[in-house]
Design a protein around this ligand. Structure first.
Ligand code: NAD
Ligand code: UGA
Length: 452
């Protein structure tokens, strides 16, 4: 099938590469010339395990192309995926300017029946607005091509995006009931059929329910995390260990083990913005989503938990102290720094007068870029340095902070750490180590919900 992807970011690039992998002829379009140049030079602009190999294989087979040529892009695909960003607007609602610009770009050029797929995460009612934008452009051109807008939200996780796309838990398709909707549904069914070989994973529903499903999924996952973070803070107070509690409740199949890890807050480009957008949608309809408001508030507070623990241990003036930080990306296996908990944490330490020596296995370049934007021109920025080795960061530091649970941090050389740190202090925002083991090592260990 001929596919166009509009927006070649985390979701668009993975979608394009994976649809090429199963034999489609894919054209990836982006307005970002830098991204397309990197791709056309054989590179990949993001760190995502397995993605470079899939792209290289399909480029060699002639099944995937990258372009900034909007005319050629729209001409190419019978199915046009819109996978552009939907960042939060000032009031927290999803900013749809990029989605609607993509819709207008399609409408201004379409030359026959097309299926337009909303892959971006968009509020209920957006498909209707996309339809109106397309129809407006067709009317302006005095053309009358058929089309249908399908909602096909994406559930992949960064760091496991290729695996998630190739082996999805479910494929949600929201289609209209009219003739064009039925035609679109048949085309989408055919496109996704290779993912359903052993087990039917496609769920058909109306467009609005599909749009809503995406926000409901992220809101539910964010709720589990904030709930566990709140329990972890209480566990610290009452002298319980949240890790035992996690295992104790996760073994109940009605609860399950996943997304129960307490930590220093959820980040990333989606949970924070999608929780806010759903709260905003609700308030537009006169509803106050009390649980979700609390989920957001708990997460905001949780991003300060490590700083509070540090101030509690070392006092409120951190002038002259140096902290090693391991892990900058918002989660392991990605270089994505959007809403990463490391950002407010490092900014707070610098504000308190400390110096920070930061290390991340893959996000250093992105970290330099975002901290440059966040802090450039401030005296604080001069107290932040980036190291290319974890033990370079800890050499002579007053404490080690762990913010992202990269695998390489799971079994460090504790002897070396103890010898390097000026005092054996570890603050762990991801609960990587056993407190009893750390005691044996002679390291003062403070984690999340594992006792004081
Ligand atoms: P991204 O910022 O990585 O990529 C978006 C791309 O769209 C950028 O490259 C940008 O240049 C391009 N773009 C913007 N306007 C354009 C236009 N008019 N025409 C062509 N290209 C344009 O964003 P992302 O993380 O891939 O997220 C995209 C959408 O998918 C969002 O709605 C997000 O909520 C959703 N989503 C993201 C993830 C994830 O893990 N990142 C997972 C599921 C859903
Ligand atoms: C999340 C969802 O998991 C995806 O299904 C969804 O498609 C995506 O958002 C999206 O809509 O963009 P992602 O943000 O890539 O994926 O990463 P997650 O693995 O969900 O982690 C998000 C944040 O929650 C990270 O900061 C992570 O550290 C934190 N987290 C996760 C916890 O603190 N505890 C947990 O138990 C799990």
């Amino acid at each position: 099938m001929k596919i166009t992807i509009i927006g070649t970011g985390y979701v668009g690039l993975v979608t394009g590469a994976c649809l090429a992998e199963i034999g489609n002829d894919v054209f990836c379009f982006d307005v970002d010339e830098r991204k397309i140049a990197i791709l056309n030079d054989g590179g990949v602009p993001i760190h995502e395990p397995g993605l470079a190999e899939v792209i290289a294989r399909n480029r060699a087979a002639g099944r995937i192309r990258f372009s900034t040529d909007v005319d050629a892009s729209v001409m190419h695909g019978d199915v046009q995926f819109i996978a552009v960003g939907t960042p939060p607007d000032e009031d927290g609602s999803a900013d749809l300017q990029y989605v609607l610009a993509a819709a207008r770009a399609i409408g201004a050029r379409m030359n026959g029946f097309k299926v337009i797929v909303d892959k971006s995460t968009v509020p209920v009612g957006t498909a209707k607005r996309v339809s109106e934008a397309l129809a407006g452009e067709l009317a302006r051109r005095n053309e009358a091509h058929g089309f249908s807008v399908v909602s096909n939200p994406e559930f992949l996780k960064e760091g496991a995006a290729v695996e998630d796309f190739m082996r999805p838990d479910r494929i949600v398709l929201g289609c209209d009931d009219d003739e064009n909707g039925q035609r679109a549904r048949a085309m989408m069914k055919q496109l996704y059929s290779p993912f359903n070989r052993n087990h039917e994973r496609t769920m058909y529903m109306d467009v609005r329910s599909a749009e809503f499903t995406k926000y409901a999924a992220n809101a539910m996952l964010a709720t589990r995390i904030s709930f566990m973070n709140e329990l972890a803070n209480l566990a610290d107070e009452v002298g319980a260990d949240i890790e035992y509690v996690r295992r104790g409740i996760g073994s109940d199949p009605r609860i399950g083990y996943s997304f129960l890890y307490a930590g220093c807050g959820y980040g990333g480009s989606c949970f924070p913005k999608d929780v806010q957008a759903l709260i905003r949608t609700a308030s537009e309809h006169g509803h106050d989503l009390k649980v979700l408001n609390a989920v957001e508030a708990v997460n905001e507070r949780q991003k300060n938990v490590l700083v509070d623990k540090i101030l509690n241990e070392l006092g409120s003036d951190l002038t002259g102290k140096t902290f090693a930080v391991w892990g900058l990306a918002f989660k392991p296996n990605t270089d994505d720094m959007r809403e990463a908990p490391s950002r407010p944490l490092i900014a707070a330490l610098l504000r308190k007068g400390a110096s920070v020596r930061a290390y991340d296995p893959v996000a250093l370049d992105e970290a330099k870029r975002v901290f440059g934007l966040d802090l450039s021109g401030t005296a604080e920025f001069e107290r932040l340095s980036f190291q290319h080795d974890p033990y370079e960061a800890t050499e002579g530091a007053d404490a080690l902070l762990i913010v992202t649970e990269w695998k390489e941090f799971k079994s460090p050389d504790f002897g070396r750490l103890k010898a390097q740190l000026s005092a054996p202090l570890v603050f762990d925002g991801r609960n990587l180590y056993e407190p009893s083991e750390m005691r044996k090592q002679g390291i003062k260990y403070t984690a999340i919900g594992r006792g004081r």
